[in-house]
Design a binder for this molecule. Structure first.
Ligand SMILES: Nc1ncnc2c1ncn2[C@@H]1O[C@H](COP(=O)(O)OP(=O)(O)OP(=O)(O)O)[C@@H](O)[C@H]1O
Ligand SMILES: [Mg+2]
Length: 386
């Protein structure tokens, strides 16, 4: 995808909002305990998320992104977010927490969500960044306690230059008239402009409407499973406001969390795993033209298997503390697997599946593992398995 290939990893490569970007980078650079959190406000597809990630990258911060399921209710929020905000910096890495779409969390069912965000603001030990699309009543209290960064749609002229620059780097040509139409249709949404440039390059035909009119992920997934016909499901899927990878992940999480029979689940997950492979191949070969088959494959594949079953959208079900564990320990575990699998003349995968779980049983005193050449941090990780 052009949006992925040309996602700036340096905050100075974005278009538009120059002053805001500089101020945001300065905010992060000067951040110390007690500083205000940042709140980015602006319409979809203009680079809020990209600004956060690229600035973090620029200033050597890792980003922990919290999603809506992490901040569903005050109770969950407290148990999940509180320890993370307080203990993160103990791991010696510079980490910032990013909470996207905060304007979406304040419905009746999420009562207390905003209240907790305000508490989080008070107790955080790491930089916190919020992002929202619309500045309204819901986030008024947050605005009061944050340093606010209002981002505007980049002007058409800049978007046009940006698109032309990409065409040059891609070494392809698109008619001047089409470029102008893409810029106009995007209404300042850079993501939309890039997606439509992609379509124009691959000769896909009609341009997509800007994302504002597209279906939000959760609603789209629900409608996808409710659809009676595969073709209807395909139309819905291809209109969801999300990158292909996000859609696949949402379908996966929803199916994993659903109550359909194991047999059906296996069949459906097989379709998803094929789709994931197709997507990997598309990303590798850059055969963007194939993307349209991806949604079709998913819709027709899944609808054939899942008839008359009730499935509703589920989010990522990995608990936050497990995510934290994966985050902190995965590199060490990889090193450990790499090292011991060689000693045991087996593959890394086989080692992790068959041998790794046995280590704490074989070595009653994990200190003995030192003799095998494991270092302190590897042994520390292993101790958590006990
Ligand atoms: N200002 C920009 N300059 C260059 N590329 C951009 C810009 N804004 C968006 N893009 C492109 O669009 C993609 C999506 O942008 P991003 O996710 O940052 O938007 P967003 O403002 O966070 O939108 P949303 O409100 O939907 O979360 C990026 O991967 C990037 O390729
Ligand atoms: Mg975003």
């Amino acid at each position: 995808m052009l949006t992925e290939k040309y996602r700036p990893n340096n905050p100075f490569q974005l278009v538009g909002n120059e002053e805001v970007r500089v101020r945001f980078i300065k905010w992060l650079k000067d951040w110390k305990k007690g500083s205000k959190p940042a709140l980015l406000i602006g319409p979809p597809g203009i680079g809020k998320t990209t600004l956060v990630y690229s600035s973090a990258n620029f200033l050597n911060y890792k980003v922990i992104e919290l999603n809506a399921s992490d901040i569903r209710t005050k109770g969950r929020l407290e148990s999940i977010l509180k320890p993370s905000l307080i203990y993160f910096n103990l791991f010696g890495e510079r980490v910032l927490a990013f909470l996207d779409e905060v304007d979406g969390i304040y419905s009746k069912q999420d009562y207390g969500g905003m209240e907790f965000l305000l508490e989080a603001v008070k107790m955080t030990q790491i930089p916190l960044v919020f992002a929202a699309n619309i500045e309204d009543e819901k986030i008024k209290k947050l605005i009061e306690v944050c340093e606010v960064f209002r981002m505007k749609k980049p002007p058409p002229r800049l978007i046009e230059i940006y698109l032309k620059n990409i065409l040059k780097r891609e070494k392809v040509e698109v008619k001047e008239e089409t470029i102008r139409e893409i810029v106009k249709k995007s209404k300042g949404d850079v993501r939309n402009a890039l997606n439509n440039l992609q379509l124009a390059i691959s000769g896909y035909g009609d341009l997509l409407a800007p994302l504002e009119s597209n279906i939000p992920l959760e609603e789209g997934i629900n409608r996808f499973f409710q659809a009676k016909e595969a073709y209807e499901a395909y139309e819905i899927l291809s209109n969801i406001k999300a990158e292909p990878r996000e859609k696949i992940r949402a379908l996966y999480n929803t199916l994993i969390g659903s109550e359909i029979s194991e047999d059906l689940k296996v069949k459906a997950l097989r379709v998803i795993s094929y789709a994931d492979e197709i997507l990997n191949r598309i990303l590798k070969t850059q055969e963007w033209r194939q993307l349209k088959y991806l949604d079709r494959f998913l819709a027709f594949g899944l609808k054939k298997i899942l008839k008359d079953v009730k499935i509703t959208y589920k989010e990522d079900t990995i608990p936050w503390n497990l995510k934290l564990r994966i985050w902190n320990d995965s590199k060490i575990l990889k090193d450990l697997a790499n090292y011991l699998s060689k000693q045991l003349h087996t593959s890394k995968k086989e080692f992790m599946i068959f041998y790794y779980p046995l280590l704490p049983f074989i070595f009653k005193d994990l200190k003995d593992l030192k003799r095998l050449g494991l270092n302190e941090s590897m042994i520390k990780v292993l101790k958590k398995e006990k």
